[in-house]
Design a protein around this ligand. Structure first.
Ligand SMILES: CC(C)(COP(=O)(O)OP(=O)(O)OC[C@H]1O[C@@H](n2cnc3c(N)ncnc32)[C@H](O)[C@@H]1OP(=O)(O)O)[C@@H](O)C(=O)NCCC(=O)NCCS
Length: 383
């Protein structure tokens, strides 16, 4: 069977909000999702709604308002016809990168022309860990459920990543995010969300760096001798992202236009106590599959779960020579990391970055709790 080429027609997202006390704190993931998807459909009038094969939503904690096959609920609420199927997937932080991968695979195999990936998380309304976690005693003994912050401490300790280095990385992330907002870089990707208190229009976390305040913070996870703080961790956030995918064939037939094509994807497992290194094996596979090198990537979106984690990937992976191309519009430390949203968000932001720089290739990669990585390689349409 010959595989079809698949690409991304369009992408948009909500602003990323403070899950506790922010403008979106009182709005459900279903409602934010419906508004984001409706905006995406409205700005793509040529997209025939009845040709959408399926909507795959990714969320790290598919419970409460993120449960009950939330994909189907959002699709229906946004106005897609009942004929469109809905699937919800879970791969923790890579959940919606997996949504994109599943749709890309299905369309490449001829199972439909168009699909929509959603990524969503409201980390206060559905807490990290879920409402009713169960720990297998044998796995528990092996530290399999190690908290995410502790994995960042492991990487910081083993690789001598100092608190100063982590803070410098976080400052750079905030500066880039603030500059991106000031320059209007997110104008096409962020859609305003209506809330009972008014419109939520902007990412809420980017802030002017305040080094004395950062230095005054206590360690967030290893209270005695840790180096990871609230300022060097991705914050507790909320938001939804949506990506429309189509085969090149269908896009041409319908006059949709593609913004980027998917060159390859990969997931990989790694040591769960060093889960932050997941981007390394996943990226190695994705690059091999695409026949490309890291040096050919013009934009790299490396999800910043923690500064220590992103720095460990850069140093151990020998990514220092491409460091300038990493997260040019800021990363998750400054923008936020609503877990299930981030996979789709970094794919979309990678396209924003490619279009701004007129680059050719982009890599979107992230680490995943439990010890995994996920990577997607994109090529800008027309490049
Ligand atoms: C680290 C963590 C525990 C902090 O939670 P928190 O204490 O509720 O965080 P807050 O936002 O209240 O920040 C704590 C303090 O740090 C300050 N702070 C945060 N970022 C800052 C920055 N960039 N500069 C200066 N101060 C900052 C806050 O202003 C706050 O100070 P205040 O108490 O004087 O108001 C939480 O963000 C977390 O768990 N993050 C990781 C989430 C995760 O695991 N994701 C998955 C990754 S795989």
């Amino acid at each position: 069977m010959e595989l079809k080429k698949v690409g991304i027609v369009d992408f948009c997202r909500s602003p990323i909000g403070k899950a506790k006390g922010g403008a979106l704190a009182g709005v459900t993931s279903i409602e934010i999702g419906a508004q984001v998807l409706r905006a995406l459909l409205e700005r793509n009038p040529k997209l025939p709604r009845d040709r959408v094969e399926l909507v795959v939503a990714g969320t790290a904690y598919p419970e409460g308002e993120q449960g009950l096959n939330v994909s189907r609920q959002i699709a229906f609420k946004a106005g897609l016809p009942v004929s469109v199927a809905g699937v919800t997937v879970n791969q923790f932080c890579a959940s919606s990168q997996q949504s994109v991968m599943m749709i890309a695979d299905a369309l490449a195999c001829g199972k439909g022309d168009i699909g929509i990936a959603l990524g969503l998380e409201h980390m206060a309304r559905v807490p990290q860990g879920g409402y009713n976690p169960y720990f297998d005693p044998e796995l528990y003994e092996k530290n399999f459920y190690i908290p995410m912050g502790d994995t960042a401490e492991v990487l910081a300790r083993e690789n001598q990543i100092s608190r100063d280095d982590q803070e410098a990385f976080a400052v750079a992330s905030h500066r880039k995010a603030l500059a991106a907002w000031a320059e209007g870089a997110f104008a096409r990707e962020v859609v305003a969300i209506e809330t009972p208190q008014g419109l939520a229009e902007k990412d809420e976390f980017p802030r002017e760096p305040d080094l004395p305040k950062m230095k005054s913070l206590k360690p967030a996870f290893d209270l005695k001798s840790g180096t990871v703080t609230a300022a060097t961790s991705s914050p507790i956030s909320c938001g939804v992202a949506a990506v429309v995918l189509a085969t090149e064939e269908a896009a041409r037939e319908l006059g949709l236009g593609l913004r980027a094509t998917i060159e390859s994807t990969a997931v990989a497992g790694t040591d769960y106590e060093r889960m932050g290194l997941g981007p390394l094996p996943a990226t190695e596979k994705a690059l091999r599959r695409a026949g490309l090198s890291l040096q050919q990537m013009d934009v790299i979106e490396l999800n910043e779960a923690f500064a220590a984690q992103a720095l460990a990937v850069i140093r151990l992976g020998g990514w220092t020579d491409v460091a300038e191309r990493i997260n040019p519009l800021g990363g998750a430390i400054a923008l936020g990391h609503p877990l299930g949203m981030s996979g789709a968000r970094i794919i979309g932001t990678a396209i924003t970055g490619l279009e701004r720089t007129k680059g050719t290739y982009a890599l979107a990669t992230m680490c995943v709790g439990g010890g995994q990585g996920a990577s997607t390689i994109l090529k800008r349409a027309g490049a």
